[in-house]
Design a binder for this molecule. Structure first.
Ligand SMILES: C[S@@+](CC[C@H](N)C(=O)[O-])C[C@H]1O[C@@H](n2cnc3c(N)ncnc32)[C@H](O)[C@@H]1O
Length: 243
């Protein structure tokens, strides 16, 4: 069945903005000591990516990991919180294993760990950048259920080697030259992708007969968050492929 749930935030009466706002603000103050969103180089980097970024561009995170995180960690964290909270009733919690592919500092895992605090999830954060993994370890020191792997990994290998896991991919696919998701049909793994709209469209073309929930939100941010992120609106594109 091909089931696309395509909604804009204004239509979401079940959406609980207050929970997201409280959680995001709490995490913002918790993690602010790790980042400097106003760093000049990071602001320039952000402007560059927003204007000129093309898919499949290879960024060297050993060189720009700090600028990347200063510019995008909090915004991506909010996108993860909102989409995961929205999916909460859909997201199968039968998993105990969660794999965060291209984890960076663990943005998507942190959102799940916070939103599902009572569940016994084990997170594996995988990133090919040593610097990202090193910062991920520092940032998540208090999270005993997180393990870290510095490895260049592909979605194909994860699908072939893992079972009954939830695979998280927040802005992982946009950086891959090529990927093949056909096998997700025969896999017991679910996949949650948070990425650009164009990436989500490429993924959908590869999996025409899977059951999916698609998120395409355009949100006017509450004042407090808009001041933190220095923007009034937020676009969120995500896809959940449930097994
Ligand atoms: C755009 S960042 C996203 C970080 C984080 N998930 C987020 O949402 O902010 C992409 C991350 O994926 C990692 N990455 C890209 N390709 C990878 C691969 N083949 N294997 C492991 N990590 C990869 C990069 O090193 C980088 O940290």
């Amino acid at each position: 069945m091909f089931n696309i749930d395509f909604k804009y935030m204004e239509e979401l009466d079940e959406y609980n903005a207050e929970v997201d706002e409280l959680l995001f603000t709490k995490l913002y103050y918790k993690y602010l000591k790790f980042f400097n969103p106003n760093d000049k180089k990071s602001l320039l980097f952000k402007e560059y990516i927003e204007k000129f970024y093309t898919l499949k561009q290879n960024l060297n995170y050993e060189e720009i990991f700090m600028e990347y995180n200063n510019a995008f960690f909090f915004r991506n964290l909010l996108k993860c919180i909102i989409s995961i909270n929205y999916l909460k009733n859909n997201l199968s919690i039968a998993y105990s294993n969660i794999i965060d592919l291209g984890s960076g500092v663990g943005t998507a895992s942190i959102a799940i760990d916070e939103l599902y605090g009572n569940f016994d999830f084990k997170f594996k954060l995988i990133d090919k950048s040593k610097k990202q993994i090193s910062l991920a370890k520092d940032l998540n020191k208090g999270r005993a259920n997180f393990t870290f792997l510095n490895k260049d990994e592909s979605i194909e290998k994860i699908l072939a080697n893992e079972n009954n896991s939830l695979i998280l991919a927040s802005y992982y696919f946009c950086e891959q030259n090529d990927f093949n998701l056909e096998n997700i049909r025969f896999s017991s793994n679910s996949l949650l992708v948070i990425d650009y709209e164009v990436t989500i469209n490429v993924i959908l073309e590869q999996i025409p007969d899977c059951e999916v929930v698609r998120i395409k939100f355009a949100i006017k941010l509450p004042n407090k968050i808009s001041l933190i992120l220095q923007q009034d609106e937020l676009k969120i594109n995500a896809l959940y492929i449930k097994r």
